[in-house]
Design a protein around this ligand. Structure first.
Ligand SMILES: [Zn+2]
Length: 125
């Protein structure tokens, strides 16, 4: 079993965690969205609880399938579906990508602001 430390989430990616994560999703083909069922936060993002900590589901997905998220980078959706946790639909973005994204979809701006508040309350994800 391959175990690696998820630095940005501070969790261990192991077989159990991957199984726990994937058991929650409606896992379809690689081209389709893997929608996170519940619980969803008020802002519509999926949340994944590990022990006493809660993580944003699509960031957990990135780390489980692609490895640690570099410090300060964002995980953005290619498919514009914020429930989607298909690692192939996610990409590593910067704050300027995020600004472009916000400009394109104003509603996302509101959602990300709420997410930032959530992060402040529950620590760094
Ligand atoms: Zn998707």
């Amino acid at each position: 079993m391959k175990i690696r430390t998820l630095r940005s989430c501070g969790i261990l990616a192991n077989g159990n965690l991957v199984r726990k994560f994937t058991s929650k999703i409606d896992r379809r083909s690689n081209d389709e969205c893997w929608n996170w069922p519940k619980p969803k936060g008020k802002d519509g993002y999926g949340f994944f609880r590990i022990g006493s900590k809660v993580f944003v589901a699509h960031r957990v997905s990135w780390e489980l399938f692609n490895g640690p998220i570099p410090e300060g980078r964002l995980i953005l959706h290619k498919c514009d579906n914020k429930w989607c946790v298909n690692p192939r639909h996610l990409y590593l973005g910067t704050h300027s990508d995020n600004m472009k994204d916000k400009a394109r979809i104003p509603l996302r701006f509101v959602m990300r602001r709420k997410l930032e508040k959530y992060r402040k309350r529950f620590g760094k994800h």
